[in-house]
Write a protein that binds this ligand. Structure first.
Ligand SMILES: [Zn+2]
Length: 436
């Protein structure tokens, strides 16, 4: 690779631009100059990158990433997690608050941001904890964190435990205006305690305690009722069950201010994929039945589910190398999300490539309030872009840029390979490799 490719002025020529924010799906050149998308007049003399056969989209945006720093740097750091994000085509990620210490105050929020700025690979939007220390007893210093730029609050890993506390949180965010949202991990603790997979025929035959769909359904119903009553904005993390999708569909019809996300692994796998006791497929909420997975796919296709989010959850090798009931839940996802969505949804015709990019970039950017991301790819806009080959196939295997290797997709062949990621005009990934 010539060093010229790192110049501040270049043009992706002849690629298929898919830009849902502008309603564009057409072959055209995209010129980048001095950090922004430029008009064709800036193309003269610029470095040309052949993008024929490639798709150019707005950089992907993840609503749900666990970067583990501070506190669990043996699993992941902001630097390694954002490198994984960039390689996966992401230009912005929301970093969950369940770090040690918990991100429940402006100082931790700023520390995470500073680490991301130093790494320079992907924008990080820290999520603030809804309750102090994730303790579920009193609300965190939300006002202080909003003043520090936080727009999403979540106790992810746990739901807000009582209806009264969640109601207060929703009333509080409503007072901040339209751009602040409570993101909920919807699982009833009393029903999932001690459980390790979806409760059903498979859990019975494998001899593992279950986590029933009702655990999700009950909390989703409670949360929707409170969002309806308060007018506060609610976002539901990683939906996994058909009935939860149906509850969200009905709530949206009523005008409740709710958005929802689904993960690539819940769109791909079912509890049948646990027959080998693969701990990398032990996730919370658990992989459920084929009917549930199909309902998630339909929900994403018809817009009931707004976004695809990774729930990137890195763990050390020795932590996952344990008996199924002892291994911690979670799969990494940033480096495989686009390929997983293309393979499970676009390739079989469940959703269009344009809808996939909308759900992985345009819409999550809007939910997150990340105005510089998600397109449009128009002159003057910050150049945050992903360029990928929608046909190239790769088998998922280490090494990963993530410090972890606990991927539910290990050994799977995925279609779609990220070749370039552009962050504010800088090629942070070129020819499929990180540049820094
Ligand atoms: Zn969660």
């Amino acid at each position: 690779m010539s060093s010229g490719i790192l110049s501040r002025r270049f043009v992706f020529s002849g690629g298929r631009v898919i830009d849902p924010a502008a309603g564009v799906d057409a072959v055209r050149d995209v010129v980048v100059a001095d950090g922004v998308v430029a008009g064709p007049e800036a193309a003269e003399g610029a470095e040309r990158i052949d993008a024929r056969g490639l798709v150019i989209g707005p950089g992907l945006v993840d609503l749900h990433t666990h970067l583990r720093e501070p506190g669990d740097e043996h699993k992941e750091t902001v630097a390694t997690g954002t490198r994984a994000a960039a390689l996966g085509g992401y230009t912005a990620v929301a970093a969950m608050a369940n770090t040690r210490p918990v991100a429940d105050n402006a100082a931790v929020i700023q520390a995470v941001r500073d680490l991301a700025t130093a790494a320079g690979l992907c924008d990080v939007f820290p999520v603030g904890a809804t309750t102090r220390g994730l303790g579920g007893e009193v609300l965190a210093e939300m006002g202080e964190m909003v003043a520090a730029g936080v727009r999403v609050f979540s106790d992810d890993g746990l739901p807000v435990p009582t209806a009264r506390l969640l109601r207060n949180a929703l009333l509080y965010v409503r007072a901040f205006g339209d751009d602040v949202v409570i993101a909920e991990h919807a699982e009833d603790g009393s029903l999932v305690e001690g459980g390790h997979m979806h409760e059903g025929i498979r859990s019975a035959s494998l001899g593992l305690a279950g986590r029933p769909s009702e655990a999700e359904e009950i909390v989703v119903a409670r949360d929707l009722a409170l969002a309806r009553a308060t007018g506060g904005r609610l976002h539901l993390c990683h939906l996994s069950s058909a009935r939860a999708v149906e509850l969200v569909r009905r709530a949206k019809e009523e005008g409740v201010r709710v958005t929802a996300e689904v993960t690539p692994h819940h769109l791909t796998f079912t509890d049948e994929d646990l027959l080998t006791y693969d701990t990398n497929r032990k996730v919370n909420p658990p992989l459920r039945s084929a009917e549930d997975r199909d309902a998630l796919r339909r929900g994403l296709a018809d817009g009931t589910i707004d976004a695809v989010a990774t729930d990137h959850a890195p763990h050390a090798v020795e932590e996952k190398d344990a008996e199924f009931d002892l291994a911690p839940p979670g799969t990494i996802g940033l480096e495989t999300a686009l390929g997983a969505v293309i393979t499970a949804l676009v390739e079989p015709g469940h959703v269009s490539l344009s809808r996939a990019i909308e759900a992985m970039s345009t819409t999550p950017a809007r939910i997150l309030g990340a105005g510089e991301h998600g397109g449009p790819i128009a002159p003057g806009s910050p150049a945050n872009l992903v360029v990928f080959d929608p046909e190239q196939e790769r088998v998922v295997e280490p090494p990963f840029a993530s410090k972890a290797r606990n991927s539910a997709f290990l050994g799977r062949r995925l279609r779609g390979a990220v070749l370039y990621t552009v962050l504010r005009g800088d090629l942070v990934v070129a020819e499929g490799k990180p540049t820094r």
